[in-house]
Design a protein around this ligand. Structure first.
Ligand SMILES: [Zn+2]
Ligand SMILES: [Zn+2]
Length: 349
């Protein structure tokens, strides 16, 4: 990190400079000004996501150069024409910077599937920076019960509600297993519980700390070696994988009861080998979700307001942008739960 004075109109950000593995580092870019219908957010925190690690490793498509980061919370500090009502509000934005709004997916309210979609942190500048520019229509006000940093978990929760709600994958009385106790797994477990399921979260011995956090939220937890012992005789009604791990996914597919429901939440970042015959032989219903929709954001806002999902206990660490390498490396080895970067902690703005 350089100590060079920063000229007005410039801001620091964590930038993927070019395609290929790595090519990621701190750099200066012009601070944007909001146009009509746009706002500038002063970033309070942006979460480090598995997708960011995949972008770093070039395992997830991105359009560099761009500032990374899409799990953002902050305050609206500048508003363009028509967006003035948002000034001063504490917000979390949806991730779409641009969608065509005319294709079949867009017209069905599924902007996440628009082929022309341009998202913050993958196509255009995202949230690992002091400020980020977003369309005002993407804003959601953060509930007063949610802490200043934990608002960064709205976006991952919106992906979970996209995968689990509409229609609800679990019904009251169902047994559910969530494979992987990371932030996505924890949120998945909380949403399944809100749907009425009795939820067990599984993880490896290395996940002990993460399992303890799940247990502290009242969820049942089990180490993967013990999974068979706690699996109902005919299997779980619902299994959701949030590990993105080949062995986890395989174990998850085997743990669903015949005719049960399997949900893929985690990304593997590469093709894997699993026994797909199980889907036929056990007549499984397999679903997933990609990113979020306005509807999945409405679901999460309801769950937060009703206290059915809590976010603050998931924030394990908050660091300045300058420590991004340590925080990325820790996320990669599943050390901590949700690690956030807060650009206000950097000594040079
Ligand atoms: Zn994410
Ligand atoms: Zn479209």
């Amino acid at each position: 990190m350089s100590d060079t004075p920063v000229s007005v109109g410039q801001m620091r950000g964590l930038i993927k400079q070019a395609r290929g593995a790595e090519n990621v580092g701190l750099g200066m870019i012009p601070k944007p000004r909001p146009g009509p219908g746009e706002v500038l957010i002063e970033v309070y925190a942006t979460g480090i996501c598995g997708t960011d690690l995949h972008i770093q490793a070039d395992e997830y498509p991105s359009q560099p150069p761009m500032v990374m980061g899409h799990e953002i919370t902050g305050r609206v500090v500048e508003a363009g024409v028509g967006a003035e009502e948002h000034l001063g509000k504490r917000v979390a934005p949806e991730t779409y910077f641009y969608t065509c709004d005319s294709c079949a997916a867009c017209r069905a309210g599924r902007r996440n599937l628009c082929l022309a979609r341009q998202s913050i942190g993958t196509h255009v500048n995202g949230g690992f920076a002091t400020h980020v520019l977003v369309p005002a229509r993407n804003l959601h006000e953060v509930h007063e019960s949610v802490g200043e940093h934990a608002g960064a978990l709205y976006e991952p929760l919106s992906c979970v509600t996209q995968a689990l709600c509409d229609p609800a994958v679990a019904s009251p009385g169902d047994t559910a297993l969530v494979v992987g106790p990371g932030a996505m797994g924890n949120l998945t477990a909380q949403v399944l519980r809100a749907q009425g399921a009795r939820v067990t979260v599984s993880g490896t011995p290395a996940d002990r700390q993460r399992l303890d956090i799940a247990a502290s939220l009242g969820l049942e937890v089990v180490e993967s070696g013990e999974l068979e012992r706690v699996t109902p005789e005919d299997g779980f009604d619902v299994v959701a994988d949030a590990s993105g791990n080949e062995r986890g996914i395989d174990a998850g597919l085997r743990a669903v009861r015949r005719g049960g429901h399997y949900v893929q939440v985690g990304l593997t970042g590469r093709p894997i080998a699993v026994d797909i015959d199980l889907i036929c032989l056990h007549e499984l219903v397999v679903t997933s979700g990609f990113a979020s929709t306005p509807r999945s954001w409405r679901r999460l806002e309801r769950l937060i307001a009703e206290g059915q999902v809590v976010l603050d206990p998931l924030v394990s660490d908050v660091s300045p942008l300058s420590e991004w390498q340590t925080s990325f490396a820790r996320t990669r080895r599943a050390d901590g739960l949700k690690l956030l970067l807060d650009p206000r902690m950097d000594t040079v703005a």
